[in-house]
Design a protein around this ligand. Structure first.
Ligand code: 13P
Length: 249
């Protein structure tokens, strides 16, 4: 069975109650009846708003991070169970901004991935190399290392309940998209790595591309054999752009 396309928005630290309402309403209406699966990952304070604006639609919602702990004295943290309370289906894990700004090491990412699964959430696991790493020709090693940390911690079979996003750091928010061929090469590598542990899981795994996806380049990217949709930053904040990208799925 062919994998369905999936387009997820990552709002990052953007939004306000009033701006979100028009964005969520426009997206809800705009993608109704689309073939692709659609989700938005919003800042924690807006989860209740996303839940009430999107309930009963074909747009799922989620968060952008989760604690590796179940509960306790962890000031500022948010647990998977709390995300469940707001109807989240997805949570982004290991985004490069978390890895580079907040000390999310491979081990932390593996623990957060496990916590998300334990709470019944679908992790969107982000991997990707920096420009320096690409120029040093170690893209494959970096992405493999990031993926292997999660496989070692939770087992390859858990990827049947997860989504992977390949986001080259040099393409995030830069307007510099990976070419479809560059992205496809890494997506194929990710799928092959998973296939080494479980061909069935690999065949069903949705692998999203993220990094300067726009309505104008989405179709060609999503047309690659191992690209199953996108994780969208800036363009997910503009209703028409996000809807246009979802239409390409
Ligand atoms: P941009 O689409 O703004 O490049 O961001 C990509 C991203 O980081 C999504 O998680």
């Amino acid at each position: 069975m062919p994998r369905s396309k999936f387009v997820a928005g990552n709002w990052k630290m953007h939004g306000s109650l009033s701006a979100n309402l028009s964005l969520l309403t426009a997206v809800r209406t705009g993608v109704a009846g689309f073939r692709a699966q659609v989700a938005v990952c919003v800042p924690y304070p807006y989860l209740a708003q996303a839940q009430s604006a999107l309930a009963g639609s074909n747009v799922a919602w989620g968060a952008q991070d989760v604690s590796e702990h179940v509960q306790g004295a962890y000031t500022g943290e948010v647990s998977g169970q709390m995300l469940n309370d707001f109807g989240c289906r997805y949570v982004i894990i290991g985004h490069s901004e978390r890895r580079s700004c907040y000390g999310d090491t491979d081990a932390v990412v593996a623990a957060k991935y496990a916590a998300a699964l334990k709470a019944g959430l679908t992790p969107i696991l982000c991997v990707g190399e920096t420009l320096t790493e690409r120029e040093a020709n170690i893209t494959a090693q970096v992405v493999t290392r990031q993926l292997d940390a999660v496989i070692a911690g939770s087992g390859v079979d858990t990827l049947a309940r997860a989504v992977v996003a390949y986001e080259p750091v040099w393409a995030i928010g830069t307007g510099k998209t990976a070419t479809p061929a560059q992205a496809q090469e890494v997506h194929a590598l990710i799928r092959a790595r998973v296939a080494a542990g479980s061909p069935d899981v690999a065949a069903g795994l949705q692998i999203l591309y993220g990094g300067s996806v726009k309505p104008g380049n989405a179709k060609e990217l999503f047309g690659q054999p191992d690209i199953d949709g996108g994780l969208i930053g800036g363009a997910s904040l503009v209703a028409d752009d996000f809807i246009g990208i979802c239409a390409a799925g």
